[in-house]
Design a protein around this ligand. Structure first.
Ligand SMILES: Cc1cc2nc3c(=O)[nH]c(=O)nc-3n(C[C@H](O)[C@H](O)[C@H](O)COP(=O)(O)O)c2cc1C
Length: 190
């Protein structure tokens, strides 16, 4: 009888260990990961797809109701849509309904192109579209050359109820670099 009890205990213990290894955060169920991104010209989207593939996360595009034209994206034109939006801290470009419920996830990667050293305002639209209080949120970005520090700091300041992790600029990041960064965030790769 005692022997059976010891065996049962060992089985339960080993099972718990295996489950922890299969999870990003060592909880007793798989971490649900969302990779939400806005991308005007495809660069950030490519990075988002890689993160979703490696983390087995759900990919979710943040799309404006009115797509950005090349003229809208002209940063040299002070009157272009992007210039006007980025000059207005309260601008919240309308977003298409997203295909998933972001509140159903534990970890949310949020990706964007750097615009004027900030996240495009539609990222604010997304973050304000539902209550993500207490969720782990990890920013990533692509850019011409700017770093992610300022845009990530502004997001953290604007949404203090979210559990912000250190962001990462993914310009030209290869798979090894991606895995190292994801590993630091608790993701395990065989
Ligand atoms: C309106 C606008 C503003 C931009 N501002 C910056 C900037 O401040 N710093 C920078 O390095 N790149 C800047 N860029 C370049 C983009 O961040 C870069 O091309 C990015 O990779 C585009 O990503 P996407 O293809 O996902 O839209 C800007 C681009 C646009 C359209």
């Amino acid at each position: 009888m005692k022997y059976r009890f010891v065996l049962l205990f060992m089985f339960l213990f080993m099972n718990a260990q295996l489950m922890a290894q299969g999870n990003a955060a060592g909880k007793d169920r798989p971490v649900r990961t969302l990779v939400a991104y806005f991308s005007a010209t495809g660069t950030t989207e490519a990075a988002a797809r890689n993160i979703a593939r490696l983390t087995k996360g759900e990919l979710c595009g943040i799309e404006p109701v009115k797509p950005y034209t090349a003229a809208d994206l002209d940063w040299r034109d002070k009157e272009s849509r992007s210039s006007i939006e980025m000059n207005d801290g309260a601008a919240r470009p309308e977003m298409k309904a997203v295909a998933v419920d972001p509140t159903a996830f534990d970890v949310i990667f949020i990706g964007y192109p750097i615009w004027w050293d900030l996240a495009p305002r539609i990222v604010n639209t997304f973050l304000e579209s539902c209550d993500l209080s207490g969720k782990t949120v990890i920013p990533f970005a692509t850019s011409g050359s700017s770093g992610i520090a300022n845009s990530a700091a502004v997001l953290k300041r604007t949404y203090p109820a979210l559990k912000w992790q250190e962001g990462r600029l993914l310009n030209g990041a290869d798979e090894a670099a991606l895995c190292r960064w994801l590993g630091r965030n608790g993701y395990v790769f065989e």
